[in-house]
Write a new protein. Structure first.
Ligand SMILES: Nc1ncnc2c1ncn2[C@@H]1O[C@H](COP(=O)(O)OP(=O)(O)OP(=O)(O)O)[C@@H](O)[C@H]1O
Ligand SMILES: [Mg+2]
Lengths: 268, 263
């Protein structure tokens, strides 16, 4: 009895919730003997994922999930990296030149307040719809803001005593940046990375809805859905959320790896 | 740098400090302060809360500009002394860097001063020994209690053996026993190195025990009200029980009472 309960305690609660959730979903759909018109069973979705992983059934000319997932993932990740770079660079500029910073921040806020996806048709005109550039640009713009705001906060919000201490050593602004501001901003940056990792997949797919090459998850979802092939559409959604989860996991790992000083309780 | 024993370690001449001068939030913190600290001397600043003790310390450290008057440290401008790393500082808050282990925190000033790796680790071990934390070099600050963190901060301020120490209530967060221990250690270290100390405190007995002279400041705007000489020679734990120590403490207490009522 005791060993049984200790075994149970080892199972992560998330796994339990997942099993119960999908089990209930499957069971309800079977009991209602639904036609799966609006919401397919998990088992049907899983079957579609496997069936369309590297080919399709030929009735629709959508790209195989492997190809579509790879392409969307590529756009999401490259857009993410661009957004991180721009966000961090801008945060450094704002920190270094407070006066420019003062005028830059409202600008960034204005960009954020714009529903960025509204720019998609315009970006398509600017960058063309035959390549990745337009969608990467959207992802970049979506990602950059949380990174910029968080990193700038970490770079500027240093304890005043710590700044006075550094100045008492005659440390230059650059030394203070390197030794204090950047390490101080690391947890802030990593938090924004955790936000941005799933965000970049969302942004990539929504951008794909507005145009661009067709061998992507976005078009695969819209095409399948418009032909009422909901299980196939859901299969593409599963791949998309898999990419999002993977990136989120990577962000968590980076956090753990990059901040060995963090007290365990503060770790997510 | 030529420094004969007649050059004061710190010379504060006719210094006033007004924050936010000219605005409606203008606050005069210090008015016409004069103070000379001799090399090797231990001087405490004591006075009512808000009288400008921390401000005076920051002015000496060139962390704030004076409004008027002049400050010299070892015969040069306060700014030059700061650039030359002539002084070490310790604050009320430990101000350790979360991302550095304890030893690395202590070694930070040494890194900035280009000490070799070997010298740095030798020095940080020595300092950890001194503040009675020899086994904690490899810990992160959050793994230490508040008092332990404060001791690390003191070790850090001493790590490069500066000629001048500027301390702002560094023992305020410590328990009584640790505090007395740290007081003994501070005196031993500064006596050995000939360090000059300017020490801000709220504690009458602490100022009497540590200091050669105690400067009593009047309420804001701070001015030097009186200076109590404490010519007790070398201090030890026995000093705390000697009649002379109590007499000095009483003298400081009376000076503080006098400034409170505006005499
Ligand atoms: N940066 C600042 N800007 C404006 N006013 C300040 C600033 N720093 C201090 N003051 C004001 O100057 C006065 C003296 O402050 P200071 O911190 O030097 O006092 P203190 O003697 O150290 O007090 P305590 O014993 O409570 O630490 C206070 O009235 C305070 O409000
Ligand atoms: Mg103070």
């Amino acid at each position: 009895m005791n060993s049984m309960s200790s075994l149970l305690r080892k199972i992560p609660p998330g796994a339990v919730v997942g099993v119960v959730f999908f089990g209930a979903w499957e069971a309800i759909m079977r009991i209602r003997d639904s036609t799966e018109f609006l919401l397919p069973r998990p088992s049907s979705i899983a079957r579609e994922v496997i069936r369309q992983w590297s080919g399709n059934d030929g009735t629709l000319s959508t790209a195989p999930l492997k190809t579509a997932g790879w392409n969307t993932g590529y756009v999401a990740v490259t857009g993410l990296v661009l957004g991180l770079l721009v966000g961090v660079l801008l945060a450094l500029v704002v920190t270094r030149f407070r006066r420019i910073g003062g005028s830059l921040t409202p600008f960034a806020v204005a960009i954020n307040a714009t529903p960025i996806i509204a720019l998609a048709p315009i970006f398509n005109n600017w960058f063309g719809i035959t390549g990745n550039l337009s969608n990467q640009a959207i992802v970049m713009v979506v990602v950059f803001f949380p990174v910029f705001i968080n990193t700038a906060k970490g770079l500027t919000e240093v304890h005043p005593d710590q700044l006075e201490l550094m100045r008492s050593y005659g440390a230059s602004d650059f030394t203070i940046l390197r030794r204090v501001r950047i390490p101080n901003a690391t947890p802030f940056f990593l938090t924004s990375l955790r936000l941005a990792a799933p965000l970049c997949v969302i942004a990539a797919i929504v951008a794909e809805y507005f145009g661009g090459p067709q061998d992507r998850l976005g078009p695969v979802i819209t095409q399948n859905a418009s032909f009422t092939r909901y299980a196939s559409a859901w299969a593409a959604i599963v791949v998309a959320s898999g990419i999002g989860l993977g990136l989120f996991g990577l962000a968590l790992l980076t956090e753990r790896f990059a901040m060995p000083w963090k007290r365990p309780a503060q770790m997510q | 740098m030529t420094l004969d024993s007649s050059t004061p370690a710190v010379k504060v001449h006719a210094v006033s400090k007004t924050f936010n001068a000219g605005s409606s939030e203008s606050v005069q913190a210090l008015a016409d302060v004069d103070l000379v600290v001799a090399p090797g001397e231990f001087v405490s600043l004591i006075g009512p809360s808000g009288c400008g003790k921390s401000t005076l310390l920051r002015l000496i450290a060139d962390l704030l500009p004076t409004t008027s008057g002049s400050i010299e440290v070892f015969g040069k401008s306060a700014a030059q002394a700061r650039i030359d790393q002539d002084y070490g500082m310790a604050f009320q808050s430990a101000g350790l860097f979360d991302w550095r282990k304890v030893a690395a925190n202590i070694e930070l000033p040494l890194e900035l001063m280009d000490y070799s790796k070997a010298e740095r680790s030798a020095r940080s071990s020595e300092m950890l020994e001194l503040v009675k934390l020899p086994d904690f070099g490899d810990h992160y600050p959050w793994q230490l209690s508040g008092g332990m963190q404060q001791r690390v901060a003191i070790a850090r301020s001493l790590s490069f053996k500066p000629r001048l120490l500027l301390m702002d209530e560094p023992f305020g967060a410590l328990d009584e026993m640790t505090r007395e221990h740290m007081q003994n250690e501070l005196l031993a270290i500064t006596a050995e190195l000939g360090t000059t100390v300017v020490f801000v405190t709220h504690s009458i007995s602490e100022s009497a025990f540590l200091s050669d002279r105690v400067v009593v400041l009047s309420p804001r705007p701070g001015q030097v009200h009186s200076i109590v000489d404490v010519p007790m020679g070398d201090r030890s734990d026995d000093t705390r029980e000697e009649p002379e120590f109590f007499e000095k403490a009483t003298e400081i207490r009376e000076a503080l009472r006098a400034v409170e009522v505006g005499l």
